[in-house]
Design a protein around this ligand. Sequence first.
Ligand SMILES: Nc1ncnc2c1ncn2[C@@H]1O[C@H](COP(=O)(O)OP(=O)(O)OP(=O)(O)O)[C@@H](O)[C@H]1O
Ligand SMILES: [Mg+2]
Length: 507
Amino acid sequence: MQEDYLLSIKNVCKSFAGVTVLKNVCLNIRPGTVHSLMGENGAGKSTLMKCLFGIYKQDAGEFFLEGKQFNFTDPKHALENGVSMVHQELNQVTKRTISDNIWLGRYPTKGLFIDEKKMHNDTLDLFKRLNIHLNPKTRLDKLSVSQRQMVEIAKAVSYDAKIIVLDEPTSSLTAHEVEMLFAIMRVLRDEGVGIVYISHKMEEIFEVSDDVTVLRDGTHIGTEKIEDLTMEKIVNMMVGRDLDDRFPPKTNVPEGIHMSVRNLTTKYAPIVKNASFDLRKGEILGVAGLVGAGRTELIEAIFGARTTESGEISIDGKLIDNSTPNKAIGNRFALLTEERRETGIYPVADITFNSCISNINEYKNRFGLLNDKKMKADTDVQIKSMRIKTPNRRERIRNLSGGNQQKVIIGRWLLTQPDILLLDEPTRGIDVGAKYEIYQLIIDLANRGKSIIVVSSEMPELIGITNRIMVMSNGHVAGIVNTDETTQTEIFNLSTKYLNNNEEAEV
Ligand SMILES: Nc1ncnc2c1ncn2[C@@H]1O[C@H](COP(=O)(O)OP(=O)(O)OP(=O)(O)O)[C@@H](O)[C@H]1O
Ligand SMILES: [Mg+2]
């Protein structure tokens, strides 16, 4: 009986321009539960939730909230009726304050005026309840991506919804913020709220879910209680076969020194302090460390995207000048940024353009005209090798699923034919099957003599694909270990080496 369910989705179908994305999908959410929605990139998770939320109109199918049928005409309608959603893509007004963003479109008023004071106090109350420590008057462009994400989550909670959809909310959160979010989710669940949780992180799924539903190619594969599931079983449901291994064999053989970094210190406080290390040719060097250890800043400094106070970089023994990203690209470096989806995408342009833009000079003939044929061919190779899910290369990138957009951006940097690749969290937001392919791609590149630095907060990933791991602690290089000989404990100990009171003793 559907009355037992808080939310019941029945036989939803949806296609875009003749391409079917959802086929008769059903989903039932019990009150007071966290229901995880899983599936490969492009399986239809976000689309299903956007139909629920009134962003898309489904071609067929019905929705029931507490047994009553409804069909939201737009997000405002959904919010007013107890359904709120945190989107995979942040969509905020960054020039306005935190309070403005939270209460946008429903400002409290006093007579004819906006009641700023109430707005401020309501925000403070909300933050207190959620244990968020931010000043409501801060403008959003002053916040980190993870803080902006927390604001978005607070906003979703502020509607006092019966159903809250969280579409990959943790992709840019720090470990501490993830714990905070889970605490919030447990409180809401205990209040009877139903939470739809979308994530590609298996560990999280097992930590927070009550029920799990898997979609594959727009069809409902199954719904199970978490107790009845194992990781292998979920992966099998997602990809339709067993994945024997999460990581391809490391076949690359590093040889000789390719790049040396000496005494690199970033100019503006805090961050990288006196970092020195070597990267071997054909090596995959991991960078581990706690949040704030300076991992991203280190590779940004190497790429010239961050001002340095001092430091030298040499390639094959020769000093080079990487003081700006353009110079670094000229020296055949590529940087895949952590926030690539926020900063790296041209949404209305097609996949071809988004793939080739960083390398556009390579496609010009001697008259300065673009060689369309080569652009198309290269794009097709990327689509194929990374299994980017799209009808064709002319599709606008904003129509791809979140994970598939990421793959296009990774492909863009590979097309610049770099010698040294700096990859910041390369598999964030990417499903298990596609992760394997990206690992394989990284190892293939190393086999071809490219040298690669991978920053990752996922320990299994670092252990799975790197040759050595450099551990950073509070801006310092705390140690470099051989991946085959190290343990997670050793890495963790190194990562706390320069924290606060240890600082003086150790330097
Ligand atoms: N507006 C749109 N126009 C055309 N195709 C679309 C549109 N929105 C989504 N699609 C297609 O629908 C399919 C499902 O996309 P969806 O975003 O729902 O995937 P997802 O399961 O959320 O994946 P991910 O894990 O990568 O976020 C994809 O193939 C995508 O390209
Ligand atoms: Mg999605």
